[in-house]
Design a protein around this ligand. Sequence first.
Ligand code: ATP
Ligand code: MG
Length: 293
Amino acid sequence: MGMFENFLPGRKAMRLAEAEREHAIKIAPSFIDEVTAPQVFHEEIPSMIEDVSSIITKTHEEKLLSKNECIRSKKLKGSANDVFLVSLDNAGSAIFKPSSGERVTIEGSGYKRECAAYFVDRFFGINLVPPTVLREINGEIGSLQRFIVGARTGYERREDENYSAYSEEEMIRMRIFDYIISNNDRGGANYIVKNKRLYAIDHGLAFQTRIYGCDNLFFYMGKRVPEDILVRTKKLLTSEKLTGLFTAELSKYMEEQEVWGVMGRLDNLLNAFSQEPVLNREKIIGLRRYRTV
Ligand SMILES: Nc1ncnc2c1ncn2[C@@H]1O[C@H](COP(=O)(O)OP(=O)(O)OP(=O)(O)O)[C@@H](O)[C@H]1O
Ligand SMILES: [Mg+2]
């Protein structure tokens, strides 16, 4: 290949895509079987906006993830950061991403961004991110997320016709979510599918102030932005109390200007879609920079 290999157009992108495909989690099936208790995460939980008290009350899943002892762990192969599949005592399996094992993140803050993404998902009732908590395991601080047993990554699903598809609406939900959290890292290895249901994972690079996540919306021109997300955005932005709670929670996980970045993008969303919640070119382009009032 020689020294110019790296400069061939599209080569790097191809290699990245290849690496992501490789990513498909490589664990011996017997290990999964052993560590897996019946899957408990499937309840549709109400949004925190509708039930503000749930900001401080943990769900059943969150309690299990926070408290149950880790009885076994195994490092997954082919991941950029250190990713462990852990077995919790009497509580199935989970994905642990310790801060110390982060390489491709912003100063080891990826685990906090994982938790923040789950919080935003819960707050808006987006319902795509598996329950995620901040957790210390064997002296290491990190994020612990419910492992979705038997899910396929987006890439694998495309290659496997038998694997059931998710709905287009779920996909649009995920794209709007990515805009809110400014996520630039939604390759086919960072969403997974099981039983016609989509799950969004890997948010360690989200919440930067630079706006990402608009371009994928161009695939959905003419489609509607999920109304419930817009209604909740309006509720949040028009209530000082909700804004206070929301920003206080986010501040636990990120810098102040990143928190205000989230608020700015929510303001953009509402401004673009509150009259006519339909995706078009002009509106999507409008989302690319923060609105100045
Ligand atoms: N909650 C989960 N349920 C099932 N599988 C998961 C879950 N979280 C991660 N995985 C699997 O582990 C792989 C690696 O996880 P993840 O993408 O979060 O790690 P990463 O090292 O931050 O990512 P990257 O290597 O893309 O930078 C995923 O592509 C997926 O196959
Ligand atoms: Mg990934």
